[in-house]
Write a protein that binds this ligand. Sequence first.
Ligand SMILES: *Cc1c(COP(=O)(O)O)cnc(C)c1O
Length: 373
Amino acid sequence: MSNLQLIRPLVHKLHAYVPGEQPKIKGLIKLNTNENPYPPSPRVLAAVKAAVDGRLRLYPNPTSEKLREKLAKLHGCKAENIIVGNGSDEVLALATRAFTEPEQKAESRKQKAKATVQYFTPSYSLYPVLADIHGAAKNAVPLKPDFSLPGISELKRGRQWNFGAALTFITTPNAPSGRGYKTSELEKLCRAQKGVVVLDEAYVDFASENALKLALKYPHVLVARTFSKAYSLCFQRVGYYVGHAELIAALDKLRDSYNVNGLGQIAAAATLDDLKFYRANFKKIIATRERLSRELTKLGFRVLPSQTNFILVKPPLFPAKEWLQKLRDKKILVRWFSAPEVRDYLRITIGTPAEAAALVKVVRGILPVPFSN
Ligand SMILES: *Cc1c(COP(=O)(O)O)cnc(C)c1O
């Protein structure tokens, strides 16, 4: 007898999220998961080290209280407007559980809407997995070919957009294209939406505007932020939502009691005491992004404008998937996605200036002579 029958069919059939590779290859230049190339501030490292002692036997603060208070001060709201998670991935997952019904219960159109998780494609590939885990219906709405957002009237005409979806995720700036969106455009989408809208601002510190004010203005809008990318803390897993107190309280009921580990809370709180350090890093990364974009453009790459710490590029001469392997052979790891809208592109994380220079050098070596200068 097989023990597979013990597993719920939904789980048995589930295609789990596939994270970017974390290979241990000596000398590898890792530009595949949008990690920050700069380490956390010395004050953050000192705070974490100082906390590693016998107190590890104690439970951490269950509600990340100090961190929420600091975040509230930063964002001009109250601690009741903030929930912290084990990475923003956790708070994204909490939203599917708090706001969408599992699909089996959906009979009428209205019920169907209440069981629908909606998102644009391409965007963060975790959203459909979260819907599947919950047994919710998925509504994937294509972005325009240049990765811009369709307007409300286009969405109405196209009929793909479900205005009553229980939950809509919008990655802004978009990943994997790097394209930034205007707060005014996002506001129109939010206003037209009856369900909860999550604006996933994982990369917003590298952009020219953010939409935080929408979370403070509209009772159905949440903004998700993370310490992972801009604040060099992927390892610690800290992310959060800003939003209306009632939505936050609902999410809070569902989370694990000690969802954010103590060292993560300490690291994130210390980060907020040293924002100057990080703002200098954002400037460096943005400067490297612009420089690398110019250099790859000169070498025949089509580089999409980016408001993030990565660029999406269409490489010349060989298919993108071949470029992935050619670069890997030279110890440079970038990301390639098989989805049809992006399969002709590579996504390249912005590293240090030295890493960018190494990439350009390797690219020159791969290109045949007439193209490489
Ligand atoms: C990386 C990423 C996240 C997840 O961040 P964590 O806080 O590390 O869980 C969420 N959304 C998008 C779009 C991301 O790229």
